[in-house]
Design a binder for this molecule. Structure first.
Ligand code: SAH
Length: 280
């Protein structure tokens, strides 16, 4: 099935309506207008991703916030919204960056981070031990993920590559035509050996139906491990059975961990998958 053949929005859903008649190039303006009209509650979960908290705390050898010389690693969350996951990463010791196309989102994230770094909410941690750990910084950048301009700002040391990137509800917010660009941009900004962690959502939604959010079953695997264009219409094996390593040659990343998280946001509970993809 081609993109043009995809069923059209049924007319339900504010998000679908905002994007259905916009050209793909104009989607960033659509997101900014939703932030400006105070409609971020359409996607905002109100807290950091429980699945990310768990993996950061439980896999501390794999996802260590410090380099061997003791300096902090850099983490980035493209399409970070209000910045919950950015702040959580900073509270766990990373120098964390959030990238947003919306000026309003950047301002709201900065205000949120200021309050939370001083007095963090309980949802940022699972274990008390991590509550006491050393903290990194949280910085928010305004920019379009698909342009490289933002990556050269002094705020991040100019064209710095990241040790860790996290995606939750950013890929599913993008039109399928942009998926390959998303994968190429991730490959560009993550260091060799660095990690791209994805909380894969929504996996229950038929990928041929219109979004946002766009159904992503099989999409991350296709984009990151197989080097495909990510327009797979869910035509892949069952979750967890997609790991045939002979297909890994072409992708820029190697999937090193794939698990159903014990805890996730309400919207994806029981269906979300967490993948850790290492840049080759
Ligand atoms: N990850 C966030 C927000 C998800 S909604 C959360 O979990 O709450 C998708 C976000 O991506 C929106 O805030 C939107 O403004 C932002 N966005 C959309 N296109 C973008 C682009 N090209 N570059 C940067 N941010 C973008």
């Amino acid at each position: 099935m081609s993109l043009q053949d995809a069923p059209q929005p049924s007319g339900t859903g504010r998000l679908l309506n905002i994007f259905k008649d916009r050209s793909v190039e104009d989607h960033g303006v659509g997101w900014s207008s939703l932030w400006d009209s105070g409609e971020s509650d359409l996607w905002d979960r109100g807290k950091a991703s429980p699945a990310l908290v768990d993996i950061i705390e439980q896999e501390s050898d794999l996802i260590n916030p410090l380099n061997q010389n003791g300096s902090r690693k850099k983490a980035i969350v493209p399409g970070c919204g209000r910045g919950y996951d950015v702040v959580m990463l900073a509270l766990h010791g990373f120098d964390a960056y959030g990238l947003e196309i919306s000026e309003t989102a950047v301002k709201e994230a900065e205000a949120y981070a200021l309050a939370q770094i001083k007095s963090p909410s309980a949802y940022h941690f699972r274990s008390g031990e991590h509550r006491q750990g050393s903290r990194g910084s949280a910085t928010f950048l305004k920019g379009d993920f698909f342009s490289s301009d933002w990556a050269f700002t002094e705020d991040i040391g100019g064209s710095t590559k990241f040790d860790l990137a996290y995606d939750y509800t950013f890929l599913c917010a993008l039109h399928p035509e942009r998926r390959k660009d998303w994968a190429n941009s991730m490959a560009r900004i993550v260091k060799p050996g660095g990690l791209l962690i994805c909380l894969e959502f929504p996996l229950y939604k038929d990928p041929s139906l219109p979004g946002p959010p766009w159904g992503l079953k099989g999409v991350h695997w296709d984009l990151l491990s197989q080097g495909g264009d990510g327009v797979v219409w869910g035509n892949v094996g069952e979750d967890g059975k997609e790991e045939a390593t002979e297909h890994c040659e072409k992708g820029a990343f190697r999937r090193i961990l794939y698990a159903k998280p014990a805890l996730s946001h309400e919207a994806g509970k029981g269906t979300d998958m967490l993948s850790v993809n290492q840049r080759k």
